[in-house]
Write a protein that binds this ligand. Structure first.
Ligand code: SF4
Length: 216
């Protein structure tokens, strides 16, 4: 089974998810992509809601905020000390280099944008790719722990596969389209979160079960 077949089966099962990443703007995506590190979406959404209610969703708002207040607001996402530092550093960088104007950053081509993001402390490959795919809206596929779990249980890849190899495996098998990249990632998140869970996967409810070699 190739990745495009998986995409079609998941889309048929879950329906249209479109550009599912919750966002009011590109800076919120950047914050969300940091908050989601080692966290669940439910908890990220609580933290984002706190930031929205406090009306601090621009780089300038973030740097004006006392660090302890920022930590309190993002506490639901876990690892809040580390994440607050990261969000603060990225915000400072965006102000210093782009006067807070994300359009200037996102005007770069995809490769240069990725290289630049990866140089920032606390921005790894998954975070950088999420920012490029959902905030800059460029064709950069994102893989995550859910993707690795599903693909390894389907015995398509080894469990130890690294980020770039998993990503390259998938992008070779799907059309290079922005909405499809966004949607496929969203469908895998839905599957991993609700059905192909870390413990006790619900294989009876899984649309991929007839093709899955995982021992149930
Ligand atoms: S059949 Fe089970 S193990 Fe395989 S992908 Fe579905 S939920 Fe995961």
């Amino acid at each position: 089974m190739n990745s495009f077949e998986i995409y079609k089966i998941l889309k048929n099962h879950f329906g249209e998810v479109g550009s599912w990443w919750p966002k009011d703007g590109p800076f919120e995506v950047i914050i969300g992509s940091i908050l989601t590190q080692q966290s669940t979406w439910t908890n990220v959404e609580k933290a984002l809601q706190n930031l929205k209610e406090a009306n601090v969703l621009t780089p300038k708002d973030i740097v004006s905020l006392p660090l302890n207040t920022l930590k309190e607001l993002i506490k639901p996402s876990g690892f809040f000390n580390q994440k607050a530092e990261r969000i603060r550093k990225v915000s400072e960088y965006l102000i210093e280099k782009y006067n807070g104007d994300l359009d200037l950053l996102f005007a770069k081509d995809r490769k240069n944008l990725r290289d630049e993001l990866l140089q920032l402390k606390g921005i790894g490959k998954e975070t950088a790719d999420s920012i490029i795919l959902y905030a800059a809206e460029k064709n950069e596929f994102v893989v995550d722990a859910y993707t690795k779990r599903v693909y390894s249980r389907l015995k398509i890849v080894e469990e130890e596969i690294d980020y770039e190899n998993l990503k390259n495996h998938i992008i070779r098998e799907i059309p290079e389209e922005l909405l499809l990249y966004q949607e496929f990632h969203g469908l895998i998140v839905l599957l991993g979160k609700n059905i192909c869970k870390k413990k006790n996967p619900n294989c009876k409810e899984c649309p991929l079960s007839s093709k899955c070699k995982f021992i149930k």
